[in-house]
Ligand binder design. Structure first.
Ligand code: ADP
Ligand code: MG
Length: 388
């Protein structure tokens, strides 16, 4: 397991500075997604992996019904009562309070608690620091209050917390990947049945390089909810003719041409991207099993183009970074990753070419987009666990 000792120590110190007692410390990672973007809430498949960047929480129960939180990242405390859980304008406490709220709604009985958080998942960059925070919190509260909740249910609790307290109707991928991640494997997750399969990720001389646009996806959540509604509309039109169909997962291109395109070309394009992406993921997974990384990489570029031109969740900075590597022989695949409108691109790059690529693209990004580029290598690591 990849523990960042510095952050572990920091969160422990933050806990000791603010609270008493000996906390339980849980690590829950961020994630990458190799292919299968915006498919999770359409009941399709995704191919995520947990990474070496994670959120750490230190938690201990209290004798009363208070909840007191401290965030090292924001240098702020927040206090409320278990009986008074509601979203706050402050932002970061919502992911924790939302989890506590879901526990109560699920008839679990958490008590009051003290909690300190920190992490090294870049925030708002599409690596899902939010899910990591929810899963770390859920896992830790499950442990200290002996709630006996399954890992799958902890993922659902995190997802519902994000729906209700952060107001973003995320799918299940991020929480699932954070909790179920396995070192050097991707998870082929069926978002409809929640059946999953670990597929070895043999990168052999290549690495996963994340290039952060440093554009925060603050516009993202309203657009995200709009995309969900557009997909639902497309499904509703198909359903009028095929009553058994409940999601884009079961919709074919023929159906889209027949029942959606005549009604609304914008909604058609949104749905087309999702239907094509479903196919790309399934064949991409076969590529991975065969060890044909190059074929998978080509599909990543096509995914990007679909997200940019048809689903329209990219932005000029993401497009710039993908175009900058498109013809680079050391890069076998690249695309924007996550909800969109900012965040990172995921690139599969020959190890020895990484330094010069980052330098070169960093300079041109600065010059042409006027922003700093940040690069991270993401190693694929295990999912959520108690580390002390
Ligand atoms: P993403 O999940 O892509 O990183 P989101 O906007 O969904 O972006 O979630 C980011 C939010 O999660 C932050 O604005 C903050 O409220 C919370 N968060 C993430 N990391 C931390 C952290 N280390 N400490 C406190 N809050 C965090
Ligand atoms: Mg998020």
């Amino acid at each position: 397991m990849a523990i960042n000792q510095q952050i572990k120590e920091k969160v422990l110190n933050d806990f000791k500075k603010n609270f008493e007692g000996k906390p339980t410390i849980v690590r829950s990672p961020g994630r990458v997604n190799i292919i299968g973007e915006h498919t999770d809430y359409n009941n399709g498949f995704v191919l995520p992996a947990a990474i070496d960047k994670a959120i750490y929480v230190a938690v201990a129960p209290r004798n009363d019904e208070r909840i007191i939180l401290y965030s090292g990242e924001f240098g702020e405390s927040f206090e409320t009562a278990l009986s008074d859980l509601k979203p706050t304008d402050k932002g970061w406490p919502n992911y924790i309070l939302g989890v506590a709220d879901q526990l109560r709604k699920g008839n679990y009985k958490p008590g009051g608690f003290n909690l300190a958080i920190d992490g090294d998942v870049p925030i708002g960059s599409g690596l899902s620091s939010s899910a990591a925070l929810e899963c770390a919190t859920g896992f830790a509260l499950n442990e200290i209050f002996k709630l006996n909740i399954s890992k799958k249910d902890l993922a659902f609790i995190g997802q519902r917390a994000e729906h209700s307290f952060a107001g973003v109707r995320v799918g299940i991928m991020d929480q699932f990947a954070s909790i179920f991640g396995r070192k050097d494997h991707v998870i082929k997750l069926d978002c409809q049945s929640l059946e999953y399969e670990y597929v070895p990720l043999k990168l052999e001389g290549y690495k996963i390089l994340l290039l952060n646009t440093n554009v925060k996806h603050s516009l993202g959540s309203s657009e995200y909810n709009t995309r969900r509604a557009q997909c639902e509309q497309g499904v509703a039109w198909v359903k009028q003719h095929h009553p058994g169909i409940n999601s884009l997962r079961d919709v074919s291109m023929e159906m889209l041409h027949q029942f959606v395109e005549p009604k609304d070309t914008l909604i058609f394009r949104r749905c087309k991207y999702v239907v094509e992406e479903k196919e790309r993921l399934l064949t991409g997974c076969e590529d991975l099993k065969k060890g044909d990384l190059k074929s998978l990489g080509r599909k990543m570029f096509r995914t990007h183009d679909g997200l940019s031109k048809e689903y329209e969740v990219s932005c000029k900075e993401l497009d710039f970074l993908v175009d900058a590597v498109r013809n680079n022989p050391h890069v076998i695949g690249a695309r924007m990753m996550g909800g969109g409108f900012g965040g990172c691109t995921i690139n599969i790059v020959k190890e020895e070419a990484i330094d010069s690529l980052v330098k070169e693209i960093g300079e041109s990004y600065q010059k042409e987009q006027g922003k700093e580029l940040t690069a991270y290598i993401a190693r694929v690591e295990d999912g959520t666990s108690i580390i002390s």
